[in-house]
Design a protein. Structure first.
Length: 151
């Protein structure tokens, strides 16, 4: 074997080792590793949602909105979704269950924006959670060009 053949063989082996190392380094984690990681992630999200739900119930109460079954709706629609349900029920005179039925649709969920447009209400989450509304304005209707409130 000549010297140039040995160098070519050595270079080929070095390239092969580099490619194999790169493939192993970018390989996806084993599926067996994921459940423990996901469980920890869901636990942290649940704790955050719990504190968010308590904060939301407090803010709804300050806005004069009764939220008796808030945790049940927050579990189904998230904290933001539950806030929308209660705020829109208060603004429209509908029940929370009626608005939840609109959200559920006929097997495929209807978007919050479409429901707001159909009901003629606005999300209201910021006005409730951030106390952005004036005392005489309903949540979610202030500072909107298409609202019926006087600015």
């Amino acid at each position: 074997m000549t010297r140039s053949n040995r160098i070519a063989l050595l270079a080929s082996l070095a390239l092969l080792v580099a490619l194999a190392g790169g493939a192993l380094a970018t390989r996806a984690p084993q599926v067996a590793d994921e459940p423990a990681q996901l469980a920890a992630s869901h636990q942290a999200e649940a704790e955050d949602a719990g504190s968010g739900a308590a904060h939301a119930r407090e803010r709804l109460s300050e806005a004069g909105i009764e939220a008796d079954e808030f945790d049940d709706f927050a579990a189904r629609y998230g904290v933001g979704g539950a806030i929308r349900l209660y705020a829109w029920a208060d603004a429209t005179g509908m029940t929370v269950e009626e608005i939840a039925a609109l959200r559920d649709g006929d097997g495929e969920p209807v978007g919050w924006g479409r429901i707001a447009r159909d009901l003629g209400v606005h999300p209201g989450i910021g006005s409730i959670m951030g106390r952005g509304n004036a005392p005489d304005e309903p949540p979610g209707l202030q500072n909107r060009p298409d609202s019926d409130t006087d600015d």
